[in-house]
Ligand binder design. Structure first.
Ligand SMILES: [Zn+2]
Length: 292
């Protein structure tokens, strides 16, 4: 499948919200925030319901990867919208600008989250995490975390390598930030972490729906950063939503009682719901009696 140029913007990408992270090195204030503190805040990841500390044993990320961090920072500084059409790190950065614009218009009181692009391991206010966590959002530091190598894994899982597929993942994590601001993240956390109708599944499906809402608005209006989306591009996001359903990931022995993110059918349904309506109010997965 051939994907046309995605971004209509040009020149450097003006945002101070995206930076490099990883290892134990990097910028002051982010060092060992979670390590050893003993209090772990639940993150919301794209794929699995996990606390980062569960993976890292609470004290991970102690290696000194300052060089890697500054390499990512250097890369980020070189980003332009033109480059974002073909470069994953720059695509993540440019997408955050687009998602921020859309939510600034849609949600009164919206404040921009931060984004950290990391390699291998990263310390967050929610604990230390590794690349195996996949993309995630930490509500305690209002930051979305991405290791770009995840997108290779996503393709191996049956996801699409198309630009909008990657942008959907970014918009999904920003959807968790919106939930953090509106309180639905906190509400959902009290409604159970596992099961087909659990709070966790409702949180994740709402984030998928919010990603669809973003896609609806991303190519519209004077300040739109995306060229008109094609049906092939939308199909690539849907292919990815399908690939990361709990039942697809778990295979034939999948047990709905263990679900944390919803089935493939549900993830496709809620992304599509948001994309068709463009209205965040259509994403009320908490009131929906039938999640799909
Ligand atoms: Zn999620």
């Amino acid at each position: 499948m051939m994907f046309p140029v995605t971004f209509s913007g040009s020149g450097s990408i003006e945002t101070g919200n995206v930076s490099g992270g990883g290892g134990g090195g990097g910028r002051g204030g982010r060092i060992a925030l979670g390590g050893g503190a003993g209090v772990l805040v639940t993150i919301v990841a794209l794929l699995f319901g996990l606390n980062p500390g569960d993976i890292m044993g609470g004290g991970g990320g102690s290696s000194d990867d300052t060089a890697v961090v500054s390499e990512i920072d250097k890369h980020l500084q070189s980003c332009t919208y033109e480059k974002a059409n073909s470069d994953t790190i720059c695509r993540i950065k440019a997408t955050t600008v687009s998602v921020d614009r859309v939510w600034t218009d849609l949600l009164k009181g919206y404040t921009e989250p931060k984004t950290v692009i990391f390699s291998d391991t990263v310390n967050t206010a929610c604990g230390a995490a590794s690349s195996s966590t996949g993309p995630f959002y930490c509500p305690a530091d209002k930051t979305a975390y991405f290791d770009p190598t995840f997108f290779d894994m996503l393709v191996k899982m049956g996801g699409s390598d198309g630009p909008l597929s990657q942008m959907y993942v970014v918009a999904h994590e920003y959807g968790h930030h919106v939930q953090n601001l509106t309180g639905s993240l906190q509400k959902g956390n009290k409604m159970g972490s596992h099961g087909a109708t659990s709070g966790s599944v409702r949180i994740e499906l709402q984030a998928d729906c919010y990603a669809g809402v973003w896609a609806y608005h991303a190519d519209k209006g004077d300040d739109a950063l995306l060229k008109p989306l094609t049906s092939d591009q939308i199909a690539s996001a849907i292919q990815t939503a399908r690939a990361i359903g709990d039942d697809t990931i778990q295979g034939s022995n999948s047990n709905p009682e263990s679900w944390t993110h919803g089935s493939s059918k549900q993830r496709v349904k809620w992304f599509s719901t948001g994309y068709k309506s463009g209205d965040p109010n259509s994403c009320d997965t908490f009131s929906a009696s039938d999640l799909g």
